[in-house]
Design a protein around this ligand. Structure first.
Ligand code: ZN
Length: 218
């Protein structure tokens, strides 16, 4: 059946070229910023970035990958739920706004959307007004399901926003001398190890296999 072959080949090529489906986003734990949280976000922006700012919105250009250093989903949700930061002596002087992220990926790969992508979350010093934060439940080693979910989520975000950079939190220091870095206090900085170099290498390799290449440094 020689005449069928070109059709089959075309069908296979179309299947390969078809855009991957958008990842399933679970919004059951999404935070609608309360008036208090909105006030604390703006206070953070005033203290760290721009005293005259009037907006809590961001323009995403970067994705920062994290791990939570908390072993369960429920404990992570409990940590990110409150508007006000508690504990965290290392960053208390940075303001009252609680830390948070736009997405949280559980060990089984379930993706929870926690915050609208264009509202600022406190997750990466210096870069919060350009960066979407993706947290992964766990520390030390993340799962294959989390890797697949992060890949799908990055692909989704790259198609939605003009994202140029993809970094692991441990890599953020290389932006301190970049014009992208907004932090006014030069001494406000914490050394990070999340989510580990092996996870970022695997994530980048997987994305490159799909033709997605993002910058890891300024
Ligand atoms: Zn982090």
């Amino acid at each position: 059946m020689p005449r069928l072959l070109p059709l089959l080949t075309l069908a296979s090529a179309l299947a390969l070229a078809a855009p991957a489906p958008a990842p399933k986003l679970d919004t059951s734990h999404q935070i609608q910023p309360s008036p208090l949280r909105q006030k604390l976000i703006l206070e953070y922006i005033h203290q760290h970035y721009d005293p005259s700012a009037t907006s809590i919105n961001i323009t995403p250009k970067m994705i920062v990958i994290h791990w939570t250093a908390i072993s369960s989903l429920q404990s992570t949700l409990a940590a990110f739920g409150p508007d006000v930061l508690s504990g965290r002596d290392d960053i208390q002087r940075g303001g009252k706004l609680n830390t948070g992220a736009h997405f949280l990926v559980d060990r089984d790969g379930t993706i929870y959307k926690l915050l609208d992508e264009t509202v600022m979350a406190r997750h990466t010093i210096g870069l919060n007004r350009i960066a979407i934060g993706i947290e992964n439940v766990g520390s030390g080693s993340l799962t294959a399901a989390q890797l697949a979910a992060n890949q799908a989520l990055v692909r989704y975000l790259v198609n939605k926003y003009p994202i140029q950079y993809l970094i692991g939190h441990y890599e953020y220091g290389s932006f301190r001398t970049s014009p992208l870095w907004e932090e006014k206090d030069k001494t406000y900085f914490t050394v990070k190890s999340d989510p580990g170099a092996p996870f970022m290498a695997a994530l980048r390799a997987g994305l490159a296999g799909q033709g997605i290449k993002l910058k890891a440094a300024p």
